[in-house]
Design a protein around this ligand. Structure first.
Ligand code: NAP
Length: 288
């Protein structure tokens, strides 16, 4: 087989920037594992051009798109149909081209729930504290409420942003505080705090973490953040964002190909790539 050929199905990711996206690694590993004649590429699309880029996929016959910052809201506007989740959030991280009709979905929240399920953990009846109120937090808040959480409290620098995110959880949503962390069964960091800094989000006191809690950080690089390190030290179960990253992509793969995603192959490929990148950073940080 000559690959790619005129028959190769094309999928891709749009973003600005997009060069560091792990989506090509995840999806090409999945296509290869199942021997599918598909190829996945990254399209750098400048801010302000997302809606046009998504609309063009119908004419180009692109079968599926992942959408990253800053195009998630414009992508939702470009779609002819939206899933209920994408409709509620007003964003799409996934576009599926069904015979020229563009269908938008948001797989981040369900992907996060899948990553909890992988740990044998269900949000049903649980008290959840979400730190941050941006795009990822909103997706997680909605997904936790839909999965039957008893409480979904949100902490943010701006109370109006926290309230808007909490409203997605309906009657179980509310304003939270880092001081209430010991009451929570699940704590989710949906801020970038911990990616490059040492502290815990919102000055969270590590003494409020303990056995019986699941402490999830949506950050996947570095693999261990100050929050997950503190959780482990205090006897809580730590979880980083790699599982969410894999499962949101697995749901995209299913939408585009109609096949179950080869999660093990995707996981192996992304962990190898993350390891390669971490090694590169470590090498470059050595004193010369
Ligand atoms: P976003 O839309 O920009 O939201 C970021 C949120 O964090 C906002 O509420 C922001 O508040 C808050 N924040 C930023 N810096 C803060 C600080 N120093 N102290 C307190 N709050 C702060 O970003 P996002 O897309 O939601 O992403 C959030 C995190 O989730 C990132 O680390 C991202 O890498 C991760 N993520 C992971 C996955 C995955 O698959 N694992 C998927 C999506 C996102 P303000 O509005 O006040 O600045």
């Amino acid at each position: 087989m000559t690959w790619p050929s005129a028959r190769t199905a094309v999928a891709g990711v749009i973003g600005d920037p997009v060069e560091h996206s792990l989506s090509p690694v995840l999806h090409n590993a999945a296509f290869a594992a199942l021997g599918l004649d598909w190829a996945y590429v990254a399209f750098p699309v400048p801010a302000g051009r997302g809606q046009e880029a998504v609309a063009a996929t119908a004419d180009l016959g692109i079968r599926g798109l992942s959408v990253t910052m800053p195009h998630k809201a414009p992508a939702a506007r470009a779609c002819q149909r939206l899933s209920p989740v994408a409709e509620r959030l007003g964003v799409a991280n996934t576009v599926t081209n069904i015979d020229g009709v563009l269908v938008g979905d948001s797989t981040d929240g369900p992907g996060f729930i899948d990553s909890l399920a992988e740990q044998g953990w269900s949000p049903t009846g649980k008290r959840c504290l979400v730190l941050g109120a941006g795009g990822a937090a909103r997706a997680v808040v909605l997904a936790l409420a839909e999965a039957g959480a008893a409480r979904v409290d949100v902490v943010a620098r701006r109370p109006e942003q926290a309230l808007a995110a909490a409203a997605l959880a309906g009657p179980v949503g509310g304003l939270g505080a880092a001081e209430g962390a010991e009451e929570a069964d699940l704590i989710v960091n949906a801020t970038p705090v911990g990616m490059t800094s040492d502290g815990l989000p919102f000055g969270l006191d590590a003494k409020r973490l303990g056995p019986g809690q699941l402490v999830a950080d949506l950050i996947y690089a570095p693999a261990v953040t100050p929050l997950t390190a503190a959780a482990r030290e205090r006897g809580a179960l730590p979880l980083n964002g790699v599982g969410m990253l894999i499962h949101q992509a697995a749901r995209q793969f299913r939408a585009w190909t109609g096949q179950d995603a080869p999660v093990e192959a995707m996981s192996a490929a992304v962990l190898a790539e993350l390891g390669r990148r971490a090694g590169r950073v470590a090498r470059f940080s050595q004193p010369r």
